[in-house]
Write a protein that binds this ligand. Structure first.
Ligand SMILES: [Zn+2]
Length: 160
């Protein structure tokens, strides 16, 4: 314990939520208003806030335990999205792993593989990829099994 930290005591157990780490799948309790933390199991950084995209975005990764929303005019290009939930109204490209429901609007377009417990798709949405719905596998899908995939195998450490 660091005595130099803020000497705030918040002894309210109801003010805590359980977060499951995106990386090691270990649950841990955090304060309800926590926006980011370091996983106490695997030491990787975790964000808890909801993310909203409204325009063109190109990122290597999008990772949060919160809900990611891709708005109608958004066009998000990324290697992978790991999130607690996903709402797509615009365009998104990347591997998507969601711990919660994925909602896809009627004008949405997803290019990439999607892993999620549930999926709801509006009529007219464009889905281009492989879908694993209902079974959350711990092992990563092997991109080498797909000959049409020309993605480089980027395994650089996630330094934030
Ligand atoms: Zn972890």
């Amino acid at each position: 314990m660091q005595p130099g930290e803020l000497k705030k005591l918040v002894p309210i157990p109801e003010d805590r939520i359980t977060v499951v780490c995106l990386h090691c799948n270990q649950p841990q309790e955090v304060g309800r208003r926590t926006l980011s933390l370091t996983c106490r199991h695997c030491r990787k950084p975790l964000r808890l806030e909801d993310l909203q995209f409204k325009d063109f975005q190109s990122r290597r990764v999008v990772e949060t335990c919160g809900v990611v929303t891709i708005e109608k005019k958004a066009n998000v290009s990324t290697d992978r999205i790991m999130c607690g939930g996903l709402i797509v109204r615009g365009k998104v490209k990347g591997h998507i792993t969601s711990r919660g429901p994925v909602l896809v609007g009627p004008d949405a377009e997803i290019k990439g593989d999607v892993t999620a417990p549930t999926l709801a798709v509006g009529a007219g949405a464009v889905l281009d990829g492989q879908y694993a719905i209902g079974n959350l596998k711990k092992s990563e899908p092997n991109p080498a099994a797909d000959p049409t995939s020309t993605q480089p195998a980027v395994t650089s450490p996630t330094s934030v």
